[in-house]
Design a protein around this ligand. Structure first.
Ligand code: SUG
Length: 447
């Protein structure tokens, strides 16, 4: 067994966490618009999940929240003066714009980037492409800071390449690892990378009711940039009916790990073709294991509302079978709970389901899997990574204390116009740069 391991880098939930109703096609975001959010509780829930994974023996990383409100964007839109004047004039001109510029959405780090481990890439380096997130205004402003955070996490360019995001144009719409699955035998061996797209921007018109956020063109470019072996790469179309039912990312209806692909019957446009392509791409490497959940066992509506597939599928040390780290909502839903009980009683590849409480994030459509970016690291890559961005018992406690010091208990969307919230947030992030070893010029407000 090689010493290559999969790390999970979670997005630390930021001080402006709120329910803005900003994401069309994301049913939770739409239904919960305007609710009072609890940023402190949200951040502590996220940290508790990270600590759980760390204690279970996995490598756990932390990605910093982004600076919000994004004053650079507001200045580009013509609002001027000192920071407080920019926020105040923008808020009185257009509160919805300010809400878009204030979202804590970078917490969902499954959308931060697409990651290809060095074992899959022609130049033997780890490749990461920050997602342009061009479909949603509030997310399209993330990629630059995401690139900076990833460069801070993986500073050794002889081992890791952090690319620029794809151009911000709808042809290249890219939502990162939420539409990407890697299957493999040992983590350090050549794997099969599966890219799932919702639309072919240069082909026929998209026929979905909600936006299809990932294009085939974006998938092709990323696979080329990363130097992937074409014979070990699969491109599959997400089913329009999944998008229309609220699966705004593929990871709402599918998750994979090691040799196992766990997915809903309605996930892919052409299920048999997709499975066949995966079988072919994995020939000589490993035998893929497919766990398909039928619509009869779990109606697509329940799969999406209970977020069964937005779980982390992980190989925990000491376990023979895979563990599914699912949201508590999966336990609350009779269909998904019954399915999980039946599944673990069987002898398939998934042997255990562990429920975690990330309810604050869930109300915006972000389950356990949305909150983490998987990065397979060889031992040398792990040693070269920024150690302060890896969770330890010590910095977990420091991060919890930091949240307790700086975060508000409650936040309504209209609080986002409050200059005091902006000052509190920037003070918090300034302090965080020390804790995570980011230097004192990481955020725009520090420069
Ligand atoms: O992009 N929600 C995010 C949820 C992202 C979930 N990620 C994955 N499935 N990997 C989104 O729709 C809602 C923000 C608001 O409405 O305030 C939001 O951006």
């Amino acid at each position: 067994m090689s010493r290559t391991r999969e790390a999970n880098y979670d997005g630390l939930i930021g001080p402006t966490h709120n329910y803005g109703g900003l994401s069309s096609g994301n049913l939770a975001s739409a239904h919960n618009a305007g609710l009072i959010a609890r940023p402190r509780e949200a951040a502590l829930q996220g940290l508790a999940k990270m600590k759980y994974m760390h204690d279970a023996g996995l490598v756990q990383g932390v990605l910093p929240p982004q600076a919000r409100p994004d004053l650079t964007q507001l200045r580009l839109m013509g609002f001027s003066g000192d920071d407080e004047s920019v926020l105040k004039t923008a808020w009185s001109a257009n509160p919805r714009l300010v809400r878009n510029m204030s979202s804590a959405s970078s917490m969902w780090s499954a959308n931060a980037a697409t990651v290809s481990p060095s074992a899959d890439c022609a130049d033997g380096r780890l490749h990461l492409t920050p997602a342009n997130l061009s479909t949603m205004l509030h997310r399209s402003i993330e990629h630059e800071q995401t690139g900076r955070a990833l460069r801070a996490a993986f500073p050794d360019t002889t081992k890791a390449v952090v690319h620029e995001a794809l151009p911000l144009q709808s042809t290249y719409a890219d939502e990162g690892a939420a539409n990407h699955v890697r299957l493999c035998d040992d983590q350090g061996a050549q794997g099969v990378e599966l890219f799932i797209y919702g639309r072919d921007a240069l082909g026929e018109d998209s026929d979905t009711k909600f936006p299809a956020r990932q294009t085939l063109q974006a998938c092709h470019i990323i696979a080329t940039r990363h130097g992937l072996n074409g014979a070990r790469t699969v491109f599959a179309k997400q089913a329009a009916r999944a998008i229309n039912a609220g699966a705004f990312h593929n990871d709402v209806v599918c998750v994979g790990a090691r040799q196992c692909l766990f997915y809903h019957e309605y996930a892919f446009e052409d299920t048999q073709g997709t499975l066949e392509a995966i079988r072919k791409a994995s020939e000589g490497l490993f035998e893929p294991q497919f766990v398909e959940v039928s619509h009869e066992d779990v109606p697509i509506k329940d799969a999406i509302s209970a977020y069964l597939f937005n779980s982390m599928l992980v190989q925990l040390p000491g376990r023979e079978r895979l563990s599914l780290i699912a949201p508590t909502e999966t336990e609350d839903n009779p269909y998904t709970k019954a399915y999980c009980n039946k599944m673990i009683a069987g002898n398939g590849p998934i042997g255990e389901v562990i429920y975690v409480d990330v309810r604050q994030s869930m109300r915006n459509g972000g389950g356990p899997a949305c909150l983490r970016l998987r990065v397979v690291l060889t031992e040398a890559e792990r040693v070269a990574a920024n150690q302060k961005m890896l969770l330890s018992t010590e910095n977990y406690e420091m991060l919890c204390a930091w949240v307790e010091t700086h975060y508000r208990e409650e936040l309504a969307p209209d609080d986002l116009g409050d200059p005091a919230l902006m000052r509190e947030s920037f003070t918090a992030l300034d302090a965080l740069t020390q804790l995570l070893g980011l230097g004192d010029r990481f955020y725009p407000f520090q420069r």
